[in-house]
Ligand binder design. Sequence first.
Ligand code: URA
Length: 202
Amino acid sequence: MSADQTRRREALADLFREARECTLCSLCDSRTQVVFGAGNADADLMFVGEAPGAAEDRQGLPFVGRSGSLLTQMLSGVGISREDVFIANTIKCRPPDNRNPKPEEIESCRPWLFEQIRLIEPKVVATLGNFSTKLLSGEATGITKFHGRPIVKRLGSRVVFLMPLFHPAAALRATGTKELLADDIAKLPPLLSGPAPVLHDE
Ligand code: URA
């Protein structure tokens, strides 16, 4: 492992230690633990989901339930292993009863996510569902219109391809959505192996 890779791991581990004590919003009162995110610190591809569910809150890891299995299976279908990617969420603590994240929770949690992106330096950030897509695109456009069309976006110090995807939980509920998600996931390998994202209008 190079010195840069070691530094990156240490910086992410420091961030995790800080995040797990977070009390920036009231979700700290009801969570079992902070679900920081997991995966390859050097990933070119990063996923951003919505929020931990019950299984994630228990285990402290993202996407360990049914949505996670579907995501893992779809990724392996296009030759991407879960060990190669980093998976995080828009908010790091489970909302009670799996309710939607509140705007103030998303805002409080946002610095953790942006710091993860800054440290990992992904080429592609795939957003899963409306919450992460709206936060990171800065657009009100919902996932139904936006999915599968990557845009070049600056996220803090990093310029990435932002690839909006349906949330796997939505794909578990509707076969049509599952097919659309699989089609969109098939666009990830060419995006990863193609030219780097360039921002023209800055
Ligand atoms: N759904 C999410 O958005 N994130 C998880 O970690 C699990 C389910």
